[in-house]
Design a binder for this molecule. Structure first.
Ligand code: COA
Ligand code: AMP
Length: 637
């Protein structure tokens, strides 16, 4: 089943809207089923919907084994390219099948069975992908945690997921250093109160780690001595993975993905959205810890029989701003997906794009950008230096695949830089006002998606259906609340402008300022704290904190600020990039006591500050202005 029978963009939108069961039922033929579904879409428990009920399949089989069966055994499935380790490794589909089956066997030997959870805390090595597929093979539910998170964050995920086994590595690699992962893993298990959880640990030659006798299992030894494990039949509705993402509190939300709907949607997105065919080389320059990594380093490309790339490096400095072009040329990349921030980093170092000319990019067809707003400057610059279409796409961890995009496999619509183009067929996007009325074209409002959402999107939060309903489905009955604000213009193009909550986006990483405020406020010297996301030329946004101290504090402001920076790093992780904080005598508030964060942010960004009529005391504003100036805000340019 291909897109050919669906026709162009408008036809596909209409087909998905008028008869979703027929539309998705046809697309589901692109997956190998052990037993076909009874019902395409089960709506008997509204507002909870389930896809392909009664269907039985195995996602790992669809990603790996079936390509071997269908003659792709000798095609490259995975290329590991690490400028940081100075290593490359290439695995054909046949070799990947062997590695995954052995790894699944090792998990089995450690007692992992269908439905058990496995938390994966790994750097960008081939084994991270193998680990995920091994879980999928035996029906274990993986939960991958990004390596840049600190031990307390990892611990929260362990507490919620209750893994039977942890999979990790001795270290990750960053420019100039190996980051020890194992001590963080040990600390997280202690914090979580489950220090005896068995760990399968990959020893990397760059930095080996101590193993806990009787608990830790050496990865290489284990996979060498076990019987391979075969794919088990799973219900389409069985969970495939849980991915935690930032919410408005310190407690991360466990987004759950199923097996059937996910496989159907992800494979189709490869052809319809990304215009990619089996045999193509598809590279997502992200990390397996993020949803982009789950969907477009692992599942999407492999479901579609492409070659995927696991890149352990940076856009700049490994060794230079030509790193991406080197990878694209060397491996014949056809489609490349990354975050705009990476391009801003390259543009800063190589504004004329001179390094592009060093490489043969003749196979490179399309660049996809997502994870944060694609600013027109970056999109136009990328188009100019690469000479290929640059396609922005909007989605979220919860959605799992693009909801607004230019669907390159259906029809290449004109690009309007700054807009990710139009809703992907299956996503019925609306813009609502406070009362739930639809906004007119061009008017900003809350971006929502009419239920049911297509397959592949979340269907619950891990062990928290009530939280799922409350967070996403209750604000506007019948709609999914995205948490983004935006508008749809008269031509039907979507424009995503900002968040309606305290989520910020730092270098494509989703973080909660509320969570950072919790860390600051827990400091013994701090009475109150406010954190806002301020504009940053490179990272899009970075967090900035203002704190009010308790009276009688013994330490200097400087000592406290240094301590606060260290605390956010230790409790949330380096990835939060929390480096700017200042002590102030008071925070600007409304008469009812609400901190005016938007006012602070606007002042820091150098925007026109409209002082709210509800402000308690506007004489505080010059003090805030001075504090921001001391931190270097607003920034020039
Ligand atoms: N393990 C441990 N620490 C990590 C880490 C990991 N896996 N990944 C990042 N960190 C650390 C970094 O070393 C840095 O620490 P520092 O403050 O000591 O320098 C901090 O977390 C912030 O990292 P990062 O956001 O990567 O910033 P950077 O300045 O090192 O690099 C970019 C900036 C733009 C080059 C980088 O963010 C990037 O390549 N982005 C690509 C887009 C992307 O991956 N998006 C994800 C979703 S698609
Ligand atoms: P995450 O869940 O980490 O993928 O982050 C999702 C959030 O990032 C969205 O809710 C948006 O706020 C933002 N985002 C992602 N992609 C885009 C895009 N193409 N345009 C605008 N915002 C985006």
């Amino acid at each position: 089943m291909g897109t050919a029978s669906i026709g162009g963009y408008a036809k596909a939108v209409e087909a998905a809207r008028s008869d979703p069961a027929k539309f998705w039922g046809e697309i589901a033929e692109g997956i190998d089923w052990i037993k076909r579904w009874d019902t395409v879409i089960d709506d008997t428990r509204k507002p909870f919907y389930r896809w392909f009920v009664g269907g039985v399949l195995n996602t790992c089989y669809n990603c790996v084994d079936r390509h071997v069966v269908n003659g792709r055994g000798d095609q490259l499935a995975l290329i590991y390219d690490s400028p940081l380790a100075g290593q490359q490794r290439k695995l054909t589909y046949r070799q990947l099948q062997h590695e995954v089956a052995q790894c699944a066997g090792a998990l089995r030997a450690m007692g992992v069975d269908k439905g058990d959870r496995v938390v994966i805390y790994m750097p960008m090595v081939a084994e991270a992908v193998i680990a995920m597929l091994a879980c999928a093979r035996i029906g274990a539910v993986h939960s991958v945690v990004f390596g840049g998170f600190a031990a307390p964050e990892l611990a929260k995920r362990i507490v919620d997921a209750k893994p039977k086994v942890m999979m990790s590595a001795s270290c990750g690699l960053l420019p100039g250093k190996a980051v020890p992962y194992k001590p963080l893993l040990d600390e997280a298990l202690e914090i979580a109160g489950v220090p005896q959880t068995p760990c399968l640990v990959l020893q990397r030659r760059e930095l080996r780690c101590d193993m806990v006798a009787g608990r830790d299992v050496d990865w290489s030894d284990a996979v060498a001595r076990v019987q391979p494990a075969d794919c088990v039949p799973l219900a389409a509705t069985d969970p495939l993975y849980v991915i935690y993402t930032s919410g408005t509190t310190g407690k991360p939300k466990g987004v759950v993905r199923d097996n059937g709907g996910h496989a159907v949607a992800l494979r189709w997105s490869m052809e319809a959205v990304y215009g990619v065919q089996p045999g193509d080389v598809y590279w997502a320059g992200s990390d397996v810890g993020w949803v982009v990594g789950h969907s477009y380093i692992v599942y999407g490309p492999l479901l579609q029989g492409c070659t995927t790339i696991v890149y352990e490096g940076k856009p700049v400095g490994t060794p230079d701003a030509g790193a991406f072009w080197r990878v694209c040329a060397e491996h014949g990349v056809n489609a490349f997906f990354t975050a705009p921030t990476a391009f801003r980093a390259i543009k800063k170092e190589d504004p004329e794009g001179t390094l592009v000319k060093k490489y043969d990019l003749s196979k490179f067809r399309t660049l996809f950008l997502a994870g944060e707003r694609g600013d027109p400057d970056t999109i136009e610059w990328a188009e100019r230096i690469l000479g290929v279409p640059v396609i922005d796409n909007w989605w979220q961890t919860e959605l799992g695949w693009p909801a607004i995009s230019n669907c390159m496999g259906l029809e290449h619509l004109p690009v309007h830089p700054g807009s990710p183009t139009k809703p992907v067929p299956g996503f019925d996007i609306r813009i609502l006002d406070e009362d739930g009325n639809e906004k007119a074209a061009g008017d900003i409002g809350s971006l929502v998606i009419k239920l049911p959402m297509p397959p592949g999107t979340l269907y619950t939060l891990w062990n928290n259906e009530k939280g799922y309903e409350e967070t996403y489905l209750s604000r506007y009955p019948g709609y999914y609340l995205s948490g983004d604000a935006g508008y749809i213009d008269a031509e039907g193009y979507g424009w995503v402008m900002s968040r309606i909550d305290d989520i910020i986006n730092v270098a494509g990483h989703r973080l909660s300022t509320g969570q950072m405020e919790e860390v600051l406020a827990s400091h013994p010297d701090v009475a109150e704290a406010a954190v806002v996301g301020v504009a940053d030329v490179l990272k899009g946004q970075v967090p900035l904190g203002l704190v009010v101290l308790k009276s009688g504090v013994k330490h200097t402001d400087e000592e406290i600020c240094k301590d606060l920076v260290a605390r956010v790093r230790a409790q949330i992780g380096a990835v939060a990039d929390f480096k700017s904080v200042r002590v102030v005598a008071r925070l600007p508030k409304t008469r009812s006591g609400k901190v005016l964060r938007v006012t602070v942010r606007t002042m820091a960004d150098g925007g026109e500050v409209k002082v709210p009529a509800t402000i308690e005391d506007d004489t505080v504003l010059p003090e805030i202005k001075a504090a921001l100036a001391a931190l270097g805000y607003p920034r020039a340019g």
